[in-house]
Design a protein around this ligand. Structure first.
Ligand code: GLA
Ligand code: ZN
Length: 680
């Protein structure tokens, strides 16, 4: 079975953010753009993302002439458009005429017109005006042959808007959430603490970081209000162009919005990925981190193809040190996204702007304006290689393993657990640590949240699920009871969805029975401090030796669980570090400390073998990773060497490398940053 992002183009998409509105007075540049797009193998451009001022220079005066020209030129040149709606940046007249469209500062004042991505999500005027321009765009281009996908707005974010409109909407939303009963809210926020009891809804303002339940609700509200805003934007698009898929570019690495909630509202997932290659000299580590984020996006639509909407052909402009991609890395990192299920490689940006904040940000076409640059050649190579992957388009990824990374839990940890664990919270990093051994072993992983179904997985990994969302504990219990294997860590099931602590011992809500342990207390350590633990002889998983825990350890009592390892050399020496409990037909492992790579690799390798979890290829050297995509009949194996030197890979079978058309068998030398796409 194949799933196409658009039935109009059953090819890998390649292109990027294109801002012809910045070059409106130099039409010869537009023609040169078309020539260069063809030359670089670009077939899809994202257009009009920040073009509101060019599309509606004065209120109610619309100018589409320039966009007509560009859209026609694209179509004439065999290129398609990911057509944007422009709400990511407001025209100046709008802020001046209707100050309510600007976000409110902490002191309630409206911000001046500046920057971008800073509109009030609640403002009825901004909602009306953005819907109107979207309607005009949809009316004008609904039948245009170049239109492929809608790119709604740009990088919606979760920054605060402290305006009266948002506060009122927040309070209205809370009324519904707490059944119009202020006592329920007071209980959920434990507001008797420091005498913060709210007399009525009008008092509830998101300005009190001492009330974690309140600030958690504020985070939830901002996600909800952003999705609402998005839904308002797409009304005319759904009405006039029901067959054109809709996406908005996520920033999945950031904590700002709950993208799982947002994913339900879009047709296709897309995200903007900016890895820091060569930054700290460990590209293998960075590749694993980015792989996990690609997998979140793939998992959001059940393994169906997604869009890499932005990446950089060379280096972004950011405040920190940035290195250019070394030869080979551009192709490798582009195909890494494809290996994880993307059917596009899109860039920010097509052509460097002459001025403004991002004039030095990497682009396919540099200020020199020609094709004679290394970046242009790198991009053309990607274009050329993607054109050889027609068969892969529409194929999906299937995973045996799931890792839970939950945005609401992440917010809760940063609010509620930070006061206790300090800088050692590191939730995202901990998720990456648990993800990496699977990636290193060429095992596909779905990265899902607490709202997802667990049933199809052989193994579910639950790092630091501090906050339990309603229903999650029961889901884990029945998953294990029915034969699933779960791994959960310290600092899980500590609070409910309002950040109220579990009474009666943690892990709470019945998980104490599932995991067969009670976590009595925990503590945080300074950098460089470690606590050793050693494995019990003849344990059921076959682990051996001793390891060192870092950052945080918990004192756990086995209540029926088998103890696999115990702490040493500390006041809680002898207490369990690693346990496993049989529950129903399944097994529940508990890790009472934060672990380093050494243990996690050994532990998960044992589990992969024990559960017969599928590995895409076996026997690969470290830093060489294989991932499969499949359409049910055919399998495509992406083989990637993230090491900065060559590695020898031995194959049992014979394959064709789709990128070269050559056959691959026996022992093969993969050079630094080499990539192959193998079909057997
Ligand atoms: C984001 C934005 C782009 C651009 C790039 C530059 O991803 O969506 O408009 O600013 O960053 O890094
Ligand atoms: Zn607002």
């Amino acid at each position: 079975m194949k799933y196409y992002i658009s039935s109009k183009l059953k090819k890998m998409m390649h292109g990027g953010d294109y801002n012809p509105d910045q070059w409106i007075n130099t039409p010869e540049i537009w023609d040169e753009d078309m020539r260069l797009m063809k030359l670089s193998g670009c077939n899809v451009m994202s257009i009009g993302i920040f073009a509101w001022a060019a599309l509606e220079p004065e209120e109610g005066i619309f100018e589409f002439g320039w966009l007509d020209t560009i859209m026609n030129k694209l179509a004439d040149n065999g290129c398609y458009a990911v057509l944007a709606t422009p709400s990511g940046s407001k025209p100046a007249w709008l802020s001046r005429a209707y100050p309510e469209v600007c976000r409110g500062d902490a002191d309630g004042h409206r911000q001046p017109h500046h920057g971008r991505h800073n509109h009030c999500r609640t403002s009825p005027v901004y909602r009306d005006k953005s819907q109107l321009i979207n309607r005009k765009l949809a009316e004008r281009y609904k039948d245009h042959p170049a239109v492929l996908v809608w790119h709604v707005s740009n990088e919606y974010n979760g920054q605060d808007c402290h305006c009266k409109l948002c506060y009122k909407a927040f309070q209205d939303w809370l009324r519904v959430r707490y059944d119009n009963d202020i006592n329920k809210l007071n209980h959920a926020y434990w507001s008797a603490f420091w005498s913060h009891t709210y007399p009525d809804w009008s008092y509830v303002e998101p300005v009190d970081p001492s009330i974690h339940g309140l600030m958690l609700d504020w985070e939830r509200f901002k996600t909800k209000q952003t999705i609402d805003f998005f839904k308002n934007e797409i009304v005319p698009l759904k009405e006039l162009t029901p067959d054109i898929p809709i996406t908005t570019n996520f920033m999945t690495e950031s904590k700002t919005l709950d993208y799982w909630a947002f994913a339900k509202a879009v047709d296709v997932i897309s995200w903007d990925s900016y890895p820091g290659w060569h930054e700290k000299g460990d590209d293998v580590k960075e590749a694993a981190r980015i792989a996990m984020h690609h997998d979140i996006n793939r998992s959001m639509k059940n393994g169906k193809p997604w869009m890499l909407m932005e990446s950089v052909p060379s280096i972004p402009t950011r405040g920190r040190v940035k290195k250019r991609k070394e030869p080979g890395m551009h192709l490798l990192s582009s195909l890494q996204a494809v290996a994880h299920g993307s059917d596009t490689v899109q860039y920010f940006q097509w052509r460097k702007s002459r001025g403004g904040l991002e004039k030095f940000h990497g682009a396919v076409v540099d200020h020199v304006g020609t094709e004679n640059t290394r970046v242009f050649r790198d991009v053309s190579e990607v274009g050329h290689k993607l054109a050889m992957l027609d068969d892969v388009v529409g194929s999906t990824v299937k995973a045996d393993v799931a890792l839970i990374l939950d945005w609401e839990n992440e917010w809760a940890l940063d609010l509620g657990a930070k006061v206790y664990l300090g800088d050692n919270v590191k939730y995202r990093e901990e998720c990456v640590s648990h993800y990496t051994p699977f990636w290193e072993n060429s095992v596909s992983v779905d990265v899902i949240d607490q709202t997802c179904s667990l049933d199809s997985y052989k193994l579910v990994v639950i790092p630091m699920s501090y906050m339990l969302r309603p229903g999650f504990a029961d889901k884990v219990a029945s998953y294990v009871e029915n034969g699933g294997t779960a791994v959960m860590t310290y600092w899980s099931a500590v609070v409910n969805e309002s950040d109220l602590c579990m009474l009666g011992g943690i892990p709470g809500q019945g998980l104490r029975k599932v995991f067969g342990v009670w976590e009595e207390e925990s503590q945080s350590y300074y950098k460089d401090e470690t606590v050793s633990f050693s494995v019990i002889a003849n344990n059921s998983l076959g682990l051996t030796g001793s390891y060192k825990a870092v950052d945080t350890c918990s004192v756990v009592h086995a209540e029926g669980a088998e103890v696999l390892a115990v702490f040493e050399d500390t006041y809680f020496a002898g207490s369990p570090a690693i346990t496993v409990n049989s529950y129903g037909k399944g097994k529940a492992y508990y890790l009472a400390c934060r672990n380093k790579t050494e243990f996690l690799n050994d532990f998960y390798e044992k589990l992969i073998a024990d559960l017969s979890v599928k590995r895409c290829l076996v026997g690969l050297p470290e830093g060489v990773v294989a991932l499969n995509r499949t359409d049910g009949e055919n399998k495509y194996t992406f083989l990637m060497n993230f090491n900065d030197d060559a590695r020898t890979v031995a194959f049992d079978d014979t394959y064709i490398d789709l990128l070269t058309g050559k056959s691959v068998a026996g022992s093969v030398n993969m050079k630094k940053f080499d990539v192959m796409v193998l079909e057997s």
